[in-house]
Ligand binder design. Sequence first.
Ligand code: SF4
Length: 495
Amino acid sequence: MIPSTTRRLSKSRFLSGLQCSKRLFFEVYAPELAEKADDQRQAMLDMGKEIGIAAQRRFPDGIVVEEDYRHSQAALERTAELLGDPKVPAIFEGAFQFEGTFVRVDILERVQEETWRLIEVKASARVKSVHIDDLALQTYVLQGCGILLTGSFLMHINRHYVYLGGPLDLEQLFSIQEMTDAIATRLAPLPDQVHALREVLGLSEAPDVEPGTHCHVPYSCQFWSHCTQKKPDRWIFHLPGSKEVFRRLTKRGVNTIDDIPPEFSLTGLQRRVKENVEWISPHLAQTLQSVRYPVHHLDFETFMPAIPLYPGTRPYQPLPVQWSNHIEWEDLTLRHDSYLCRVAKDPREEVAVGLLESLGSEGSICVYSEYERYVLNSLAEAVPALGRELHQVVGRLWDLLSVIQDYYFHPDFKGSFSIKSVLPALVPLLGYEDLEIQAGASASAIYHRMVCYETDWVERDRLASALQQYCARDTLGMVELRRVLWAKAMGASAT
Ligand code: SF4
């Protein structure tokens, strides 16, 4: 027999179930099928905790229900006790249960002796649809428990707050938005939704749900690898562009890119992916020749703390903490310059000074996205004394990504022009698989750990070295990509 707590819904189970009933089933009965949480996911969880604690500080004298998820009955009892004590102005992590649904409420603020404001804290800087579902469920449970609510609110980060140093201004750091009207339409179907999801928890095997676009909205499902393991390599989901095309093709029973009927309308890139052959534009050589030597190859890594750490910065403001520059001269000699800020301090002036020295005043600056332009312009704003020089640097940027998108295609890109797809396809010896860090989001999470939490200097050194290797791989990769593309353009013009 299934234990009653297993069939109980929680906030996270409810939201998983709204996304996909199979996901809910797997989370409860087969969690071992999930992909392992990576550094990025762990960093998000840590950040969520940090923000939750900061949000509580905005309600002085509030009391936390300390009993954790293993002691739900004790948490319910402690919450009831605090509700009945009129001296308690706010309850944090209060526990409530109604019709088999158990929720913990971030903040319940007492308005009058018997009336309350329900406040859900979110780490994001704006309200999302999934937040409204979350809040609606809590409202439903609390109302079911007989709690008199004057309103339901979302408390989220205010991106416009500028930290001035000293203690955080919590009134400014958070925005509190009333969502009572917004949740009204979601409350009506809730009893049926809750009932249906509890039925899923009573099934003896996972519901039959085909993976598709719903697996990534609102969150990427951790069972994706498991659910798609038998899909063919050229499954139509991997066709780039709007996922509407995927939906239309699925409806017509098309399973692989090779089966797309010839009359089906596709974009230029989708057609190339379907044709699945290498394509070299006759203009590739000329475009590659437009660089000026010495050619710099620049990449930044940024760090975006949700709660600003340094005066003059805003929540989630990207701060460049690391750069790498591979410089190639016309005789193909190379030099590598790099910088990594290893301690928790505002690195922007140091970054600007060192970078300008490395970039000098000559040559193109090869980048792989528009992001470097954005970072350089932000640096010019943050360090006005060097603003003119930084703006001049922006004028020298040369975007390799747009060159590849416009003038070259290789089937091994699998429809993606990310450097993480392009580099291993064209320079197989220079992929990312040998690196500890393989994506920018992980780099940011590891950076946070290194400067804010890690106390062991050996471990800090190890993380610093992993960060340096990752950033250097991107810029060396750009050097090699330009060389490989040049050889291909020359080969094409010779035939
Ligand atoms: S990968 Fe998709 S189909 Fe599979 S459990 Fe997750 S959401 Fe459902």
